[in-house]
Design a binder for this molecule. Structure first.
Ligand code: GLN
Ligand code: ZN
Length: 758
């Protein structure tokens, strides 16, 4: 039995990593200063892992931005626009690829599988030369050895995953590019072997996705080549986030070990093991501690589970490991001094997870009696949590149990509602609106902070908010928008805001995880039944409505998004938790309606990212996701108009579900991908209100009225003019006041021009 870690959080318990990076970008730290700081952090993390009893300590999991970007730059995959001069990619170019520079847009960033971590998408370009510009894993291995005497286990993204997640080539080129990558990997592994490295972790998470048999054949051939070229290296092929798709093929790969996720892919992987066994000549990496959530492990149950496995397979060796890299959880919990003590004891962040692995090793090597005290403590902590009064609110459970089918449906179908709403709202053709937020200026943030630390009274704070809302109501009136918003100035974050006002959530002080680059998020913890306490958004919306004759759009975050952007309790299914959130939001929607709000938008930007990795599981997910949205939004009268918003434009494969949300109007991102979206809409006509974002809010650029007019005209080729809305791509909180006023003025001008022509 060995404890093997798959990756350690980079950001540091006090976000030292983030701070160092940002000081460098701000010019407060020079390159040698940054390198020095990064090294200190890196070594400190290795040291911690050693102290926690990790036998196979990962190296090269550390990065100055992102591990995929590291791979791409190491292979010389630097797009021409960055004008790289050859040789190892200097920090400057590396960061330019990640963040863009004056004359070159940044590389695309996208979600790492179904997590909230974003990686930089490697971009292949024709004529790119493939060569190993530097051997980062080797550098990391040597550093750990020389500085700390640690025999590290380099972590490398495997070639199959690397290429599958890259872009810029056609499917016909895949095999050829893969073959061109092989020598680079072989060189990397060869140099590692020469330096005395024996274990290497090759991450191939794509093996849990929908690959074909052909893919597996091709992949096996690569691993055969690795084995032939560098036989001394013990390769562990590591999978995570779900069960392996073609397990029977994977176990025939010439690897020294295979790592499986027994948390998020437990059923599938277990079924495969039962059916095909596990080779006696390979080590089994048993991912038994959840690397993506923050709950303490029920050690006794895990021990039982491994002992059962042991009854019918005999791998060469067992590696006890987290289900995936610990990148997705906060560093350590001892900084959380303000949490409910029951909750606190039931938590386990990265460092605690390593301790849990060590305990498992002890129990499995020397018998459970050797750590009976710790086993009891774990069981007790989880027991206390499960009997916590927050955990089970009879009123919520009862309400959910007795929901009737009609509570998931609006009273009348869309066609009828549309007529009624037209009468009620009296909007012009091509109504103009925005997505919700207006600039979050330093003053706005300061006001929230003062209120939070009680430097300001509630009255002072309310007064500030009212002034801000009033100012923006006037601006919107002057611009001539048709449906106004209050601006979301009271919200720090679209999930945290609601979490703080609903029962069942807890918030950490330091529970940060990396989202992308130096950007960290602090997901709320859903640990109890979700309960609606009192209206959360009525005050602001109602005030805004009192400032205008025009309809003000109420603004909520949807159940699926709140769920995905939180750490969720694991004793209930996501479906059940989503239903609880939906039920609470339903009451908010009703309160808004009762207070004269005629249009309510429920944002679901995370609907798509929650899609399971395997297509066969999509239906189940989409079904409950859609139902939770409908539960939240269906209680209103026919005349109340429900909007939803999503920040992406890829809809072709989930169009059906989007329709089923039965929102009266949907607004989506479109300005950067107009062509694609138009095509989608051509193929699947959308029969409800739709607003295609007519300009990109991510850029400070002010679009001209003409340009927006063209966008609208294009959209009208496929969208019914009676159903079309004019709005920006997303919220405007990151923009400056002047930019917003200019852009929106042009937008309204464009809408009026088109109206006058049709
Ligand atoms: N209503 C939110 C805003 O405008 C929507 C944010 C989002 O889609 N991520 O800021
Ligand atoms: Zn958005």
């Amino acid at each position: 039995m060995k404890v093997s870690n798959l990756g350690y959080p980079r950001i540091g318990a006090k976000r030292e990593w983030k701070k160092a990076l940002e000081s460098f970008w701000d010019g407060k730290l020079d390159a040698p200063g940054l390198e020095k700081r990064m090294k200190e952090i890196r070594l400190d993390h290795l040291q911690t892992q050693r102290l926690k009893g990790v036998d196979l300590i990962p190296v090269n999991d550390f990065t100055c931005y992102d591990h995929m970007l590291d791979m791409a730059t190491m292979f010389g995959w630097v797009p021409k626009r960055f004008n790289h001069q050859g040789g190892p990619v200097p920090l400057q170019d590396y960061f330019a690829m990640a963040r863009g520079k004056q004359d070159a847009v940044a590389c695309e960033m996208t979600k790492w599988f179904n997590t909230n971590y974003h990686y930089i998408v490697p971009e292949y370009e024709e004529e790119m030369e493939f060569s190993l510009l530097e051997n980062r894993p080797l550098k990391a291995f040597r550093e750990a050895k020389e500085e700390l005497g640690i025999d590290g286990k380099p972590v490398i993204i495997g070639p199959y995953t690397f290429l599958k997640l890259s872009k810029g080539y056609s499917s016909g080129q895949f095999e050829n590019l893969l073959n061109r990558l092989i020598p680079l990997y072989i060189q990397m592994l060869g140099e590692l072997a020469e330096a005395g490295c024996s274990w290497v972790q090759m991450d191939e998470p794509v093996f849990v996705a929908d690959l074909s048999k052909e893919d597996m054949k091709l992949a096996k051939e690569i691993y055969n080549q690795f084995k032939r070229a560098v036989p001394e290296i013990h390769l562990i092929i590591q999978t995570y986030f779900d069960s392996v798709e073609h397990y029977e093929d994977l176990i025939s790969f010439p690897a020294a070990g295979i790592g499986l996720d027994f948390v998020h892919g437990k059923t599938g992987n277990l079924d495969s093991i039962r059916k095909y066994g596990f080779p006696a000549d390979k080590c089994l990496g048993i991912g038994c501690i959840d690397g993506r959530n923050i709950w303490r492990n029920h050690l006794q149950e895990t021990i039982r589970f491994i002992q059962e496995l042991d009854d019918f397979i005999s791998p060469r060796e067992w590696f006890l490991q987290p289900s995936c890299s610990l990148l997705h959880v906060p560093v350590r919990k001892d900084q959380e001094t303000d949490l409910d003590s029951v909750l606190y004891r039931s938590l386990s962040f990265a460092d605690e997870k390593l301790e849990e692995l060590h305990l498992l090793k002890q129990a499995l090597s020397h018998g459970s009696e050797s750590i009976s005290e710790q086993l009891n403590a774990a069981a007790e902590a989880l027991d206390d949590l499960s009997t916590h009064e927050m955990r089970h609110r009879p009123s919520v459970r009862k309400h959910l149990k007795h929901l009737r089918e009609e509570e998931f449906n609006r009273k009348s179908p869309f066609q009828i509602r549309q007529q009624i709403q037209r009468e009620y709202l009296q909007l012009p053709l091509l109504p103009t609106t925005t997505i919700g937020s207006f600039p979050q200026t330093p003053e706005v943030r300061k006001a929230r902070r003062k209120w939070r630390i009680k430097e300001w009274t509630q009255e002072q704070y309310d007064e500030f908010m009212q002034t801000e809302i009033q100012k923006w109501m006037q601006i919107q009136e002057e611009i001539g928008l048709d449906v106004l918003v209050h601006g979301e100035f009271e919200r720090n974050d679209m999930v945290e805001f609601f979490g703080e006002r609903l029962g069942g959530f807890a918030f950490t002080k330091h529970g940060w995880v990396q989202s992308y680059g130096s950007r960290c998020v602090k997901p709320p913890i859903i640990y109890g039944d979700i309960e609606f306490r009192s209206p959360m958004t009525v005050k602001e919306s109602k005030f805004a409505q009192s400032c205008t004759e025009k309809p003000v759009k109420g603004m909520l975050t949807g159940p699926v998004t709140i769920l995905h952007w939180s750490f969720v309790r694991n004793d209930l299914s996501k479906k059940e938790v989503a239903a609880q959130i939906a039920l609470a939001l339903r009451q908010e929607v009703q309160s808004l309606e009762a207070n004269g709000i005629r249009i309510i938008q429920v944002d679901e930007p995370a609907l798509r990212e929650g899609l399971p990795l395997k297509k066969k599981n999509w239906n189940h997910y989409l079904e409950w996701a859609v139902r939770s949205f409908r539960l939240a939004t269906s209680a209103v009268d026919d005349r109340t108009q429900i909007h939803t918003h999503m920040c992406y434009s890829q809809f072709d494969d989930i169009m059906e579900s989007i329709q089923q949300l039965d929102a009266d109007v949907i607004s989506i991102e479109a300005s950067r991908s107009h062509g694609e979206l138009i095509q989608t809409l051509r193929n699947h006509s959308y029969k409800k209100g739709i607003g295609l974002g007519v300009y990109d809010i991510h850029s400070p650029r002010i679009p001209s009225a003409d340009e927006i007019k063209t966008q609208i005209e294009h959209a009208l080729l496929v969208c019914d003019r009676q159903l079309f809305w004019v709005n920006p791509d997303c919220g405007l909180k990151t923009r400056k006041q002047e930019e917003v006023i200019h852009s929106l003025t042009h937008m309204v001008t464009a809408a009026k021009l088109v109206r006058s022509e049709i």
